[in-house]
Design a protein around this ligand. Structure first.
Ligand code: THG
Length: 568
């Protein structure tokens, strides 16, 4: 880690260029794994690394992109053998002039549910690779060319849980800013930054001209150091040759400076001449200071929900008070459970709360299966809702994206059980303004608990942006002043702490007639007092309509466009 920190002080760090094409030039036969060729020709591999380092590379990526049990099947070689030998050759070539990054690519098999590779199998494959890399003496791990965010997440978790090495993570994007599997650049940035890697970025698939707009989007979301390892332009469909030369590549790549990118290098079609030109070009440049937009985001791999207006959390995946749903949970009737998710998505929910807690039920395994299955039927981000910390961790682990935890409160035991899990998975948390003594009556006291929750979160490394406060909506028929206390508390949290706020609004009307009227009126009041993320039943038109009208009246619905589309 210390060695990487030294490099982090530098304006730019030059990475290396392509390995595969260099090996082909040196006789790698078509169809042969580069790893196996290199084992038979260690001098060739060493010479390529040395050429890149002579050209200015400060980090050498090992020739281990395909070193996994799936791609090596039938080769007669073990991971230990290959990684041990190749890291040793790379270290020898580096001779202390460059760090050695264990290069790790995707397994090459689709993960469940699109493919047959299970999460556990993929995780254990990555674990084996990274542990061998650390044992062999790599200085860091570079995951690259991933297109499935779920696979990259597993790889990063395997590295974080089984090694002490710093982690680089880059994905390959198409021009539209999505990967081949549809992962959005911002979703990658938000999710992988949340897992606590050391640098993120883009590699392969496009030349610098097309990758720089994408790295800018990533850099607006993530504070981490950025990486661009671009191709030498685009390949000619007929010859397979890339369309820009070393000078043009270096020129286009120098735009990385203005985008605030620190780690620059080449991918397919580049060679030591490209890296030399790049190193020369970056020499007198200054890296622009990036400005993050500071917005709060929740996401799945394919859908980004920015909390810069009212965003609706659907409450229907919850057995409370619902016989039919309870029966579905007991019978593991996933068709019914998932239909509740689809219906809410269609009704306009932005996020889905998932609560599968029932007495006498295996909540851990139900949560895992629900979270996995829901991701196959809807692209909405999820909110993991349970009293049991084990269930929360299971849900977060199975969810590919940045989730919300429902919930923590001012109780020290709850905080110490949940905050480390929230930090580990990069999730946002909902803090209820209650503690072991119950729910205070007065807004001021609820506000005090919110302050305590915020400071506990910050102490655990969870930023303000990821702390949402729920001032708790109680049944108005039981205590008439409580609605106003809740609204005042929401306003105080919003104005004095600057935090996002959540409320489960339907609690307000228990035991009263015409609940819809009370709920939708209370929702309007709460929104006006600063509620950002109402938890509600989106299938009730009066509730969603209140949200739409509120957005229109507050000027959030530009040109009244959404409203007119919905109702005209
Ligand atoms: N804050 C936070 N989380 C919460 C709440 C909150 N989660 C639970 C709850 N409150 C919000 N979710 C629900 C889920 C189910 C019901 C109400 C709120 C519910 N509804 C019907 C009713 O009102 O009688 C049941 C009958 C039915 O609709 O079929 O039970 O405040 N952070």
């Amino acid at each position: 880690m210390d060695k990487l920190y030294e490099l982090l002080n530098e304006e730019f760090v030059i990475l290396d260029g392509a390995m595969g094409t260099m090996l082909q030039r040196s006789g790698l036969p078509a169809g042969m794994l580069p790893e196996l060729f290199a084992l038979d020709n260690p001098d060739i591999l060493e010479e390529i690394h040395r050429a890149y380092i002579d050209a200015g590379s400060r980090i050498a990526y090992t020739n281990t992109f395909s070193t996994n049990a799936h791609k090596l099947a039938g080769s007669g070689r073990t991971l230990e053998e290959i990684i041990g030998a190749i890291v040793a050759i790379t270290k020898k070539a580096a001779g202390g002039r460059a760090l050695v990054a264990l290069d790790v690519g995707p397994i090459g098999e689709m993960l469940e549910p699109s493919g047959t590779l299970s999460f556990d199998r993929a995780y254990s494959m990555f674990r084996e690779i990274v542990m061998e890399g650390e044992k062999a003496g790599a200085d860091l791990i570079a995951f690259e060319t991933f297109t499935d965010l779920a696979e990259l997440r597993l790889a990063v978790l395997a590295a974080k849980e089984n090694t002490n090495l710093p982690i680089f993570a880059t994905m390959s994007f198409e021009e539209n800013g999505r990967t081949f599997t549809g992962c959005l650049a911002e979703c990658f940035a938000e999710t992988i930054t949340g897992l606590g890697v050391d640098a993120i970025g883009v590699n392969c698939s496009l030349g610098p001209k097309h990758l720089i707009p994408i790295i800018r989007r990533i850099g607006a979301v993530s504070p981490l150091p950025l990486i661009v390892k671009a191709n030498a332009g685009l390949p000619d469909a007929r010859t397979g040759h890339y369309d820009i030369g070393a000078e043009e590549f270096a020129c286009e790549m120098s735009e990385c400076a203005a985008a605030g990118v620190q780690f620059v290098g080449g991918c397919c079609g580049t060679d030591p001449d490209f890296i030399k030109a790049l190193a020369a070009k970056m020499q007198n440049r200054k890296r622009a200071v990036r400005t993050l937009d500071g917005k709060t985001r929740i996401c799945s791999a394919t859908k980004l929900v920015t909390a810069d207006g009212v965003r609706v959390i659907g409450e229907r995946i919850n057995p409370t008070g619902k016989k039919r749903f309870q029966q579905a949970l007991r019978e593991r009737d996933f068709d019914y459970i998932f239909s509740q998710g689809i219906q809410q998505a269609d009704a306009g929910a932005d996020i889905l709360d998932v609560n599968v807690g029932l007495p006498g039920i295996d909540e851990v395994s139900l949560m895992a299966d629900c979270v996995k299955g829901l991701q196959a039927v809807t692209d909405l981000p999820l909110q993991i809702d349970s009293n049991d910390p084990k269930v929360i961790e299971t849900g977060l682990r199975a969810f590919c994206g940045k989730a919300i935890i429902n919930s923590i409160n001012g109780d020290e035991d709850r905080l110490s059980a949940i905050l480390p899990v929230a930090k580990k998975y990069g999730a946002a948390v909902i803090g209820l303004t209650m503690d072991e003594h119950g729910i205070p009556e007065k807004a001021e006291e609820r506000f005090e608990i919110a302050k305590r929750i915020l400071s506990a979160c910050e102490m655990s490394g969870i930023s303000k942006n990821n702390v949402f406060i729920d001032c708790l909506c109680l049944t108005v028929s039981a205590s008439q002043s409580s609605a106003m206390e809740t609204l005042n508390a929401v306003r105080m949290v919003k104005e004095k702490l600057g935090l996002h706020t959540v409320l489960g609004v339907s609690n307000i009307s228990f035991g009263l007639p015409n609940r819809e009227l009370i709920n939708s009126t209370f929702l309007a009041l709460a929104l006006e007092n600063g509620l950002d993320l109402p938890i509600l039943n989106p299938n009730i038109p009066a509730m969603m309509d209140t949200v739409y009208a509120f957005n229109l009246l507050k000027g959030f619905d530009l040109g009244c466009q959404s409203f007119v589309e919905l109702f005209a």
